[in-house]
Design a protein around this ligand. Structure first.
Ligand code: SAM
Length: 284
């Protein structure tokens, strides 16, 4: 299978997504690919052995993780150039998304070796798609910083982007992390927690950070499991209708067309002309 030009190796690296909990969340194409490749690079070969055994696949695997990836990458590229097909998998979800694989894929691209995705589960995307938060623009930031001050700074800047932020947080840091969120953005800050996605105890919690802390403190078992935290961005102030601007338009429209009056008020208050115009039409 070839994807595009610039790729010249006879063998291909397949970046294969695996389930994040529910073992049924693996595509037919992923199963076919894992069955057909010559070798599988796995973050943890014992973990992947369980998945392969569940799928009835017997295949040679080797470890490719954060500690050996740089050394292994060249070896894998050599295999691709010799015509072998290799699959890359991590313990769960999409490789490279807070998981090993970057050094390998980067080297493949730099040397013209063929790389193609076999897409599937990713906790960040599964979480945000059901969060109820805006999904038109979002940022994924991987794991939150380990230190309290860095986390507070991070939360502040994430909020200021105006985008939904998606974060991975470890179970042993979740309470400290939520307290930092409260410190940085206030007790009433809205937040969404998605836990144990696709598993028996899947949980979504939408509410203020204070409510979420209380929910998790009520039963410490709720603090366990795999967690995605999501923070809405700061609302776009410019789209909020300023009553002063509307009053000015009322006065101006006696002497000029409504559109022009909206333009003047927008300029004066630093607002969007179209939003003001729409709001005036809605009032009429
Ligand atoms: N590559 C994975 C992906 O595509 O989502 C992420 C791997 S990262 C090492 C593991 C983190 O992802 C967990 O600590 C948790 O924050 C998140 N995660 C993974 N599976 C999850 C699940 N079933 N429910 C909620 N979060 C999950």
């Amino acid at each position: 299978m070839s994807t595009e030009h610039q790729q010249s190796s006879p063998g291909t690296l397949f970046v294969v997504a695996t389930p994040i909990g529910n073992l049924d969340d693996i595509s037919q194409r992923a199963i076919k690919t894992l069955s057909e490749v010559d070798l599988i690079a796995a973050e943890d070969t014992r973990h992947t052995a369980k998945l392969l055994s569940h799928l009835g696949i017997s295949k040679r695997t080797f470890a490719l993780h954060d500690h050996n990836e740089k050394q292994k990458a060249q070896q894998v590229v050599d295999w691709l150039n010799e015509g072998l097909n290799v699959a890359l998998v991590s313990d769960a979800g999409t490789p490279l998304i807070s998981d090993p694989g970057y050094a390998l894929v980067n080297l493949c691209r730099a040397t013209g070796a063929s790389v193609t995705p076999i897409p599937g589960a990713c906790a960040a995307i599964a979480a945000v798609s059901c969060s109820g938060l805006p999904t038109d623009k979002f940022q994924f930031v991987g794991f939150l910083p380990a230190k309290s001050k860095a986390r507070q700074d991070f939360y502040l800047s994430a909020y200021e982007t105006g985008m939904t932020s998606i974060m991975y947080e470890s179970t042993h840091r979740i309470m400290a992390s939520l307290n930092d969120l409260k410190e940085a953005l206030g007790a009433e800050q809205q937040v969404v927690l998605a836990k144990e996605l696709t598993k028996s105890f899947e949980t979504f919690f939408n509410g203020t950070v204070t409510e979420l802390i209380a929910f998790l403190e009520q039963d410490t078992a709720r603090q366990k499991g795999e967690i995605v935290l999501m923070l809405p961005g700061k609302p776009d102030q410019s789209s909020e209708i300023n009553p002063e601007a509307l009053r000015l338009i009322e006065l101006l429209k006696a002497d000029m067309p409504l559109k022009k009056a909206c333009g003047v008020a927008a300029e004066y208050f630093g607002l969007k002309k179209n939003a003001l115009y729409k709001s005036m039409l809605e009032q009429e």
